[in-house]
Design a binder for this molecule. Structure first.
Ligand code: ATP
Ligand code: ZN
Ligand code: MG
Length: 503
């Protein structure tokens, strides 16, 4: 037998006629198994026992999902038993649920699950036994998800050590670059920026702010507005519900800044806290921990999840497709930890995120237009040395959403834009800076958020325009002296704010 599910069903009372119950279980059980398995396999019922108000049964099958049969059995048992013996079904659980399946790869080192279980692997054949599964687990397919997760862990072991997929698409001409310093150091020396009061954040003084806003204006007026994108303003906190749907919560839990709320705003509840602050002039951390709730949301990580939420459950009229919007109000927060560096890898950054929704054809066409407008900006306004590459996006690797498609088709997936940073070394040996990207994700998010077209298929995609990265790439190649900047860029910059002199 491939699968065996041992279940314990609690009745509302001990049945007056236990023998009658056993024969009822026998008949509805076999029928439920047949229905649930259909042509996918055969199964049978064993170990039927009635002990007081408890009914024990074991369902075995060589097809899939005996828990489906259990659900049917419980439903029909409730009806039959109610009629015959005036007893109902109160709840059920599974002390043991065992499945055997073939792994999609070789198990290189042990894997675990965070629920009571044992796992035996012989060659590619795995036997997983989950224990003490509550009713919710049986109703909500936890076993199927546990098997999917094990497969994912095994697959990931086979990727380990392999480089991220990266394939050059386009490459700008090589440029004569006169600057070879780290622009963050240069901006610090000129007091344009100051290391922020909390981790990985910068305070941009008027000059740096003016340059960042110039980058933003260029993106808006030279790329987005000409292509018909209009602005939205979205909230800054992302709900867990949204991140469960996008897969971010399982993919990136260590990169979020979590949001907590005060448990109450009643000043009386906060009195000990405020008194301690007044006396000690320190943060009474233990007291604070008592007064705030566990996290209930995260600070914006990327803008597209909440834009998809905005569209969720809606049908978009044909005339509004391709839908093109962008957000520039939510600031991205990410816990970068050891990776932080300069203005280019920070914990708080400013992005414009355009999101597009349309038919597959519309999106492929829009991508070409976006690529052309971006190229115009990087070649003719910022005059960058840059390149694009086709890369495997995280949602294909980590949260197993869309299927990995034909690699040569290159329709669904992500294009990274990278700039050469002379201060990091030679073009060949140094790591270039990813300063933005552009993705088409197919139906992954329109399905997850139930966003419908009037007819046909609805796809979506997004592009992350990292303004700190645009600025770093530009300054790293052209330096901080406006005299050395390309003429078109200087037109966009206009008059620079006067540097503030600190003595
Ligand atoms: P990286 O691989 O550099 O960490 P990412 O793949 O995490 O980037 P995305 O989530 O695709 O980045 O975000 C899109 C854009 O946001 C990036 O191309 C970049 O411009 C910007 N960005 C991402 N992380 C940071 C950061 N820590 N600091 C500044 N900009 C960032
Ligand atoms: Zn996005
Ligand atoms: Mg990252």
């Amino acid at each position: 037998m491939e699968h065996a599910l041992r279940a314990e069903i609690t009745l509302s009372a001990a049945p007056p006629d236990p023998a009658g119950l056993e024969s009822l279980v026998g008949s509805v059980g076999e029928e439920s198994l047949k229905r649930a398995l259909g042509t996918r396999g055969t199964g049978h019922l064993s170990g039927i026992a009635v002990v007081g108000d408890q009914l024990h049964v074991t369902l075995e099958s060589d097809g899939s999902r005996p828990h489906q049969a259990l659900l049917a059995l419980v439903r029909r048992l409730g009806e039959g038993l109610g009629r015959a013996q005036k007893v109902g079904v109160r709840s059920f659980r599974a002390p043991s649920y065992r499945v055997r399946f073939e792994l999609e790869g070789d198990l290189k080192h042990p894997v675990t699950l965070p629920l009571p279980h044992t796992l035996h692997v012989e060659g590619r054949i795995a036997t997983l036994e989950m224990r003490d599964l509550p009713e919710e687990a049986l109703r909500d397919n936890w076993m199927d998800r546990a098997v999917t997760l094990l497969q994912e862990k095994v697959r990931r072991q086979s990727y380990e050590g392999k480089e991220q997929y990266w394939d050059l698409l386009t490459q700008s001409p090589r440029r004569e670059l006169r600057y070879d310093q780290d622009p963050t150091e240069g901006m610090l020396a000129r007091q344009w920026i100051r290391n922020g009061p909390t981790k990985g954040k910068w305070f941009l003084g008027p000059t740096a702010a003016h340059l960042l806003r110039t980058m933003e204006r260029i993106a808006r007026t030279e790329v987005l507005e000409p292509l018909g994108f209009t602005e939205v303003v979205q909230p800054h906190h992302d709900s867990f519900d949204i991140l469960l749907k996008t897969g971010h919560l399982e993919g990136l839990p260590g990169e979020f800044y979590y949001v907590t709320e005060p448990r109450t705003r009643d000043p009386a509840a906060w009195e000990t806290f405020t008194d301690l602050v007044k006396i000690t002039r320190k943060v009474p951390e233990a007291e604070l921990a008592k007064l705030v709730s566990p996290p209930s949301a995260v600070s914006c990580y990327a803008q597209c999840p909440t834009i998809y939420w905005w569209l969720s459950g809606r049908t978009i009229a044909q005339e509004s497709l391709p839908l093109r919007v962008f957000d520039r109000s939510a600031v991205s927060n990410r816990y970068e930890s050891g990776g932080r560096h300069g203005l280019e890898r920070v914990d708080e950054f400013h992005r414009i995120e355009p999101v597009y929704v349309g038919t597959p054809d519309q999106l492929v066409e829009l991508r070409e237009k976006l690529l052309a407008r971006y190229a115009h900006v990087f070649d003719s306004i910022l005059e960058l040395e840059w390149r694009t590459a086709w890369v495997t996006p995280f949602y294909m690797q980590q949260s197993g959403g869309v299927g990995v498609e034909d690699a040569t088709a290159r329709v669904k997936g992500t294009i990274d834009f990278e700039a050469y940073l002379p201060y990091r070394g030679t073009r060949e040996a140094s790591e270039w800076l990813e300063f933005q990207n552009l993705s088409i994700v197919g139906e992954k998010y329109t399905k997850a958020f139930t966003i419908r077209p009037q007819k046909g298929e609805l796809w979506s995609g997004c592009s992350g325009i990292g303004l700190e990265r645009w600025l770093t790439a530009f300054l790293a190649q052209h330096g901080l002296d406006p005299d050395g900047w390309p003429a078109k860029f200087r037109e966009h910059v206009g008059p620079m704010p006067r540097d503030i002199r600190f003595l």
